[in-house]
Design a protein around this ligand. Sequence first.
Ligand SMILES: Nc1ncnc2c1ncn2[C@@H]1O[C@H](COP(=O)(O)OP(=O)(O)OP(=O)(O)O)[C@@H](O)[C@H]1O
Length: 576
Amino acid sequence: MELIKHYVRKRKGSYFISVLLAIVGVVTGLFSYIYMAKIIVNLINGANDMSLYTPLCINILITFVIKEVAAGISTSISHTATFNSLGEIRNDISKKLFKMPLGDVLSRTSGELKNIIVEQVDSMETSLAHLVPEFTANLVGPILLFIYMFTLDWRLTLLSLIPFVVGMVTMMSVMNAHYKEMFGKSVAIGQHMNNSIVEYINGIEVIKTFNQSESSYKKYADAVYDNASFYYNWMGESMNRVAIGRLLSPMGIITIIPFGILFYINGSIDLGNLITLIVLSFATVSSILKIMNYMDDMSRISTITSEIGKILDSRELENIDKGEKIESYNIELQDVDFSYDGKNKVIDNLSMEIKESSVSALVGPSGSGKTTFCNLIARFWDVNSGEILIGGKNIKDYKIENLMNSISMVFQDVYLFEDSIENNIKFGRQNASHEEVIEAAKKARCHEFIEALPEGYNTIIGEGGASLSGGEKQRISIARAMLKDADIIIFDEATANIDPENEDKLKEAIESLTKNKTVIMIAHRLKTIRNADQILVLKDGEIVERGNHEKLIENNGLYSDLINAKAKAESWKLNN
Ligand SMILES: Nc1ncnc2c1ncn2[C@@H]1O[C@H](COP(=O)(O)OP(=O)(O)OP(=O)(O)O)[C@@H](O)[C@H]1O
């Protein structure tokens, strides 16, 4: 609820006018029943002067028009404010994801995040656009009406509230803590279904390759059926009480009619007031039913907003602008410890230095911490203890945006957006001209194959770059980094088999990208390693050896073991 209040407060002017107009709409709508009651009473009293009826009929028409116009404008204002709020919430979430440690973002699946950003934010539309004005108006309207009815006959008014109270109590017995718990479960089951669908679609290649379509489909179908049967059982369990609540709450008439007749017979109420009370009791029906619908929404809203709130309240990487500029690119790690789970150290008391404009190759067994090491330098995560310095200053002293401007990362898993090749390259520098894009593409050795595509640089590539080969995708990502022209390049060399022609081009592209830069390379090829200024051998998060190739081979330690093992392995290109 706090979250809703926060966004409502930001547009309180709009919501205030919307609530006001909604109240005007509901109250004028109720007036039409008062006029109707007057017409019926006049008819029963045998009045046959048309001048008595004409103003009442005109009043009904006027109240009807005011009601519809006020409700229409109220809805339009609240929807405009709401869609702006929803846009803002989505923007706030995406900005937040950017500020959170990458690990916290990646700990959620893409299906879960999509569910929160798309479905859950969407479901706030009802609360913001309808709940705020309509719930308030439909509550205020009947309260005013009951006060008026009270002045006509307090006994009948109180009696008319009995079905309402019984109906509400029945309804509330459903909307209890169990309901909240069940709704929480329904969100989790919905997210699981979302994840299964996203996983099924994203993994379709692997599923086909391993001929697992049946079992994968079963997992997907089970998630869909689990979701359906959960709702079926949940609704079955609460349906009767909801139906009784909805039936009884607006039925003031069932007490007004018998008791009204009794009071009329014993002379304690006149016919005019009795008829008016009967008609007015119908007037509250639609408001009460609306309130009941909104109660359902209200009991869900806290669960929905808590999921969104959890993201918006999650911790951020500290990003204080101390005005520090990165003036040189020497990288130093001093006694750095890091663990993902707070228990197992992935980087253990690591100290080392990478000189500006040098090439350092990181080698080590799988899981030794090479990627983690690079991610810490880019501040995707913060170290648990120790310091990482660039240009002699702690990286936490630089604004993250400044730090990121100085670092380009080229990953093995290249992600290309579903956009034109030109825009994918421009991602490195949004304001680059077409000529600069071509220049970068030429240096990254991808200009030729781009030109050969039917739409050239305007070719739209599929999600994740699906229509390009691995080597082509990596060269586009190099062109992207080339355009960014950052001084530090972190490069995860591709291990996948690339055909010789592509490989030569890739090599040239890498050479062009890394010229005169400070380079940290997760190296997989012997040639890259040999040419490095220093080789850092990582094992269990510690640097166990460092030096150049010849020195490390002489050491006859882990490095030479790795080289020998790799030389035997197919993926190693010793003949390059
Ligand atoms: N996001 C994460 N959350 C939790 N643990 C992680 C995460 N990323 C990596 N790890 C763990 O940290 C350790 C180091 O992983 P890292 O990816 O840095 O090693 P690596 O040397 O780059 O491995 P590889 O050569 O196989 O890519 C591994 O045990 C890995 O399981």
